[in-house]
Write a protein that binds this ligand. Sequence first.
Ligand code: ADE
Ligand code: ZN
Length: 334
Amino acid sequence: MEKFIQNLPKAELHLHIEGTFEPELLFEIAQRNKISIPYKTVEELRKAYQFDCLQDFLDIYYQGASALQTEQDFYDLTFAYLQKCHTQNVRHTEIMFDPQTHTDRGIAFETVINGISRACEDAQKQFGITSFLIMSYLRHLSEEDCFKTLEQSIPFKHKIKAVGLDSSEKGNPPSKFQRVFEASAKEGYIPLAHAGEEGPAEYVWEALDLLKIKRIDHGNNALQDAELVKEIIKRDMALTVCPLSNKALKVQPDLTQHPLKKMMNLGLKVTVNSDDPAYFGGQVNKNYEEIQKALQLTKADLYQIARNSFEYSLLDSDTKNQYISELDQYYKMN
Ligand code: ADE
Ligand code: ZN
């Protein structure tokens, strides 16, 4: 199975670029920027990656991201992730970035976007990987702050495919961002959002009805509402599920109790993703491997998940079909 997963053509649809910041690279970048970090060694930093909930993780994630200062830093971070995609047969990726994490500490929007997008262009040339960028608003900040970010993004609109909503979910419902999502859609950005990770099913309803999202990041708690499950199926929307993230953040006590297979049996379209691989113990293939073992997924299940990853990507239908025929070919031979 490990080999089958390794070579399976796939797309990653839920990935925060700041969450790919491995301790080794973090130390290297902090040193070259002459920034001190409150850990002496890579090992000590890795040991701090123990979380009881989403907020525990976010505190350390924002602290890590503050080492990023220059366009080259954002380039190096992104290119390192794309190299890992290449070795895992990730053919397409949709990368979230959190501009406010950087602009709020004085880094220019263009520094962030130019570094990330140049790495994406180089990876397409070198490895043939396609990618899109998703500009994610931080939901613990005000809607007004998000409007500022939307404005800053306009000169770079051609580099951004979609908007997302991430950070602390509880107490920050989608309704808080209805107007900025409306304005973002008017600019041509496709609306997406984290919903039902720690927050209730009600937040998923709001994300659907008020933010008019096209895909749900996580969505685990949607299962608590049968009407909502029906609605998600009716609207043909996918969930970007992140097994190792759910385990690390105690959204799910352990992977044998993870609802992914149940979601599939209900008729929901699921994909498997790494979320913040540097913090949660594994890249996308490790997520496939661990959830396969825990739930005894078959090759047919894994094929379906990989197929969903292309089908529910933001790619145009010709490119989707190309990737799906590559996947079909692989599945037939393996
Ligand atoms: N930002 C980075 N990872 C996140 C997650 N899993 N949930 C919410 N915000 C995030
Ligand atoms: Zn996420």
